[in-house]
Write a protein that binds this ligand. Sequence first.
Ligand code: BES
Ligand code: MN
Ligand code: ZN
Length: 481
Amino acid sequence: MPTVTVATRPPKSATATDRPTTTSQLNKLPAAIKRAAKLQGFEAKPGQTLFLPANGSGPAEVLVGLGKPAEVDADRIRQAAAAYAKAVAGHQQVICTLGAGVGSVEPADAAVAAIEGIRLASYRYTTLKETTAAKRQIALKKVTLVSAGRGVKGAVVAANAVVDAVNLARDLTNEPGGSLTPEAFVAKTRKAAAGTGVRVSVWDEERIRAEKLGGLLAVNQGSENPPRFLTIAYTPKGRTPKAKVALVGKGITFDSGGLSLKTAAGMMTMKIDMAGAAAVMATMTALSAAAVPVAVTGYIPLTDNMTGGNAQRPGDVFVARNGMSVEVLNTDAEGRLVLADALSLAAEAEPDAIIDIATLTGSASAALGTQIAALMASDDKLAARVEAASARTGEKVWRLPLPEEYRGQLDSNVADLRNIGNGPYGGALIAGLFLKEFTDGRPWAHIDLGLSAMADADRGLTPKGGTGFGVRVLIDTLANW
Ligand code: BES
Ligand code: MN
Ligand code: ZN
């Protein structure tokens, strides 16, 4: 992953530079470049690039298409920067002038978008690769952002912290379930949190039992790895917090389905089932750098969902933290069980808002595909905050309803609640309705990531694999409170 620093003029050592090009700038290019562009079919379409090798004087140039000038916004710059990063992947030191502001985009906003585009697109998970060839694959080491705009330096520090957080969440999501146990997740949290001004506290199994986290214990019954419950707290420095917000992340370090076992194919991606937890943990590490004005506490239940001899059986009943009894008719609907306890704990602290994030259902992706996450909320104002952050960051969420008329599907014959509905339809909504029971009527928003946590191909800012989806939406929501 390249580092990005700011300078007011381009460094001599760089071997490539971008030439941001809108459709209206096409005609004003120097004659030789204009000819090359025409010959190679470069029309300044958004995300289109054309690499022009160095010809003795100065670095290589990359024409970076931005489309029509009036259409240029932060997201356009972000995508263009990602395309630029790909075009210069063979270079070590490059220049980026996109961040100086284009069209009506302020230099500081353009700088943030350029950094996000370049650094997020350059991410690779190489930790487990045996040879250094894979590590060399992306050679880009140093990007110098040329911009003299006001507030750019500060914006760059924050943007780098946000990108670090997204890439941390990606690392965690990409790590195999066999090595990222609850204890390992905790150890990584302590390491990542050091120096970021947040307070980490960890409950072991004994404490989890004493605190009556029945859902977390029920899911953990089939596992050899003890559960953990992780809390991470942030308070803004030198000001009274504008509000108190709770984040809750699903931390299933591997989901086999339990005795309601998944298919082999269904299990193949299930190391990602802690992507919500990763998003919350990584978000917490960036709050101070992003100067977030609200107090935030992250609640993260951690266990894998396995099939050991003591695994919960379909039909078993447990009592959750809030005293409700839950009949578990499908052990593969486990995320809602661990989230139930975490939401109860969050609500007990009486926050102004609770936001949870989870790879909760395949149904969310059946509805919205793999690049848009589902949003559900008990509070329109909170939903609007998340939707605004989504629009600003380009991490797409779409609001789904929490229909009261489906609530009856969660009525159990033997307990207060059952953990699945009564048919194959509307699974994301049923899961949302289940979670709502544990929010104690507080303003609450729920982000069901579904498969948006994992990309099946390289796309724009998101290389194949763990996406870190949600980190930017969460940080942006909190930063703009
Ligand atoms: N972790 C899965 C949901 C999931 C599946 C996320 C695929 C991303 C990709 C969750 O624990 C689960 O298994 N949900 C079930 C619920 C069902 C049993 C009611 C599902 O969605 O099928
Ligand atoms: Mn499951
Ligand atoms: Zn799961």
